[in-house]
Design a protein around this ligand. Structure first.
Ligand code: C5P
Length: 232
């Protein structure tokens, strides 16, 4: 599994993201496009960033009936994204339908990973809002196993969970981990964080890094520091 740093391009408009990517000149970092940018600019923003030569993780977290997810995934596959995601809470059948929709006639498809439980969900909201009474770490592992069973390539998880996910689902099951901060950096609103070097140590396959790069005085230097610490 090739390790890589994915930059979370959490910008509100095409102009902002293009100005940001222009700073990288010849470099072509793997970028994540989230809901805000996608809903503001539409699929053209994906085509444009792809045209510039970047790999794209499209973070739209689909969750609907299997047939709707299948047909929507077909659209994303035609957009030629490299990695996309859904909520494992949509059931194994929904995840299987997603794989069917993503798979092109020639058998290729973007990587597909699942969100297990959002890191904003805690034990209390799991119990009170969702009526799930198992410990949250067991719920996360169960959802990861469901994703594997459905044929997905991996999960989004906290770097703190990456080791356990690999133990439960195998070393080649991808872990994509946000919540990364430099040892000497601001933590912001993230709660449980790790440095790129610690994420490497624990076995994350991809780290998703937003503000430590996008809000840095020199984003290119911050990106290179992440790559040096995480990929080596
Ligand atoms: O700026 P920061 O490094 O905190 O950005 C992390 C990115 O990863 C954001 O796009 C955020 O939405 C995303 N993310 C997260 N925690 C999750 C899932 C996604 O921080 N559990």
């Amino acid at each position: 599994m090739g390790k890589d740093v994915i930059i979370a391009c959490d910008f509100a408009s095409r102009q902002e993201v293009e100005t940001f990517l222009d700073r990288f000149e010849g470099k072509k970092p793997f970028v994540k496009i989230g809901m805000e940018l996608f809903y503001a600019e539409g699929p053209d923003i994906v085509r444009e960033i792809k045209r510039r030569g970047h790999k794209i993780c499209l973070d739209l977290k689909l969750h609907d009936i299997p047939n709707t997810v299948k047909k929507s995934m077909r659209v994303l596959s035609n957009l030629d994204v490299d990695l996309c995601n859904l909520h494992a809470a949509g059931t194994v059948r929904m995840m299987e339908a997603a794989i069917e929709g993503l798979t092109r006639p020639d058998g290729t498809r973007p990587l597909l990973i699942a969100v297990t439980q959002l890191t904003s969900t805690d034990q209390e909201s799991l119990e009170n809002d969702l009526l799930i009474h198992e410990p949250i770490d067991q719920v996360v592992m169960h959802y990861a196993r469901n994703a594997k069973k459905a044929g997905l390539d991996g999960v989004v998880c906290s770097p703190l969970e990456a080791g356990a996910v690999h133990s439960a689902c195998g070393d080649d099951f991808i872990t994509v981990t946000p919540g990364v901060r430099f040892a000497d950096g601001e933590i912001g609103d993230q709660k449980r964080v790790m440095t790129p070097a610690q994420a490497k140590e624990i076995g994350s396959d991809y780290i998703v890094v937003g503000r430590p790069i996008t809000a840095a005085p020199d984003p290119v230097a911050a990106y290179e520091r992440c790559v040096a610490e995480f990929v080596g």
